[in-house]
Design a protein around this ligand. Structure first.
Ligand SMILES: [Zn+2]
Length: 228
């Protein structure tokens, strides 16, 4: 029998046990491990992970990842990421890459696609890949990330993660700087991130300062299976 005074301890124990069981039994994570993907925080200790789709702090304002709580990537991509972290530390000692999204199951890609209905498909494609064509995230070969300072605070990049608009476009930065819409500081912070990622072989894209590909979609398709 549980005594009333022990109730808080019992509840805490039950919640912890549930959390551990959930993490161990998470079918998403088990499937990724089975496909050979690697958990990032274990493989690259300097890199921080805070999956935004596992929280309510995202454009959908809801947790769509459920039991998926860890960042997974293909092993070759993690090796590149380690190089990027090293390059960042050489430039900014004490700074960390901070991952917002890594491998993304295709089933979740559909949720993202079906939520962003305020944009017609031809515009929506710039922000979220069409699930029928697959996202490079679905192959564990793309990363959404920012840079955190030595205190763990994310740098000012001019917009939040998943800001869908020109202010987030790397391709518009010169124009945004000239019109004082993007601050010089935010632009320089984006360069800190971009230079570290490019030094490791990652490729930036036109529409999102936070997104980097390890491989083209064709190359990712050639090398890997989609994460379901
Ligand atoms: Zn992305």
């Amino acid at each position: 029998m549980i005594r009333l005074t022990n109730l808080p301890v019992f509840i805490l124990f039950a919640l912890t046990a549930t959390y551990i069981a959930r993490a161990q039994n998470c079918s998403y994570e088990a499937a990724m491990r089975k496909q050979g993907l690697v958990e990032v925080s274990q493989a690259a200790p300097g890199v921080k992970v805070e999956l935004k789709y596992a929280t309510q702090d995202n454009f959908m304002k809801r947790d769509v990842y459920g039991c998926l709580q860890h960042g997974y990537l293909q092993k070759e991509v993690v090796d590149m990421l380690k190089k990027a972290q090293k390059s960042l530390e050489a430039n900014k000692p004490g700074y960390h890459l901070l991952i917002y999204d890594a491998a993304r199951p295709l089933s979740i890609q559909w949720i993202l696609w079906n939520t962003l209905t305020q944009y017609p498909p031809n515009i929506r494609k710039n922000y979220v890949a069409d699930p029928r064509e697959h996202s490079i995230h679905n192959y564990g070969s793309a990363i959404d990330l920012t840079v955190a300072d030595e205190k763990g605070k994310a740098l000012d990049m001019g917009t939040t993660f998943d800001f869908f608009g020109e202010l987030a476009y790397p391709s518009k930065e010169q124009e945004l700087l000239a019109n004082n819409k993007l601050s010089k500081k935010a632009y320089e912070n984006r360069l800190i991130l971009r230079n570290a990622m490019k030094a490791a072989g990652f490729m930036p894209i036109e529409y999102e300062w936070w997104h980097f590909n390890a491989f083209s979609r064709a190359e990712a398709k050639r090398r890997y299976q989609v994460v379901q």
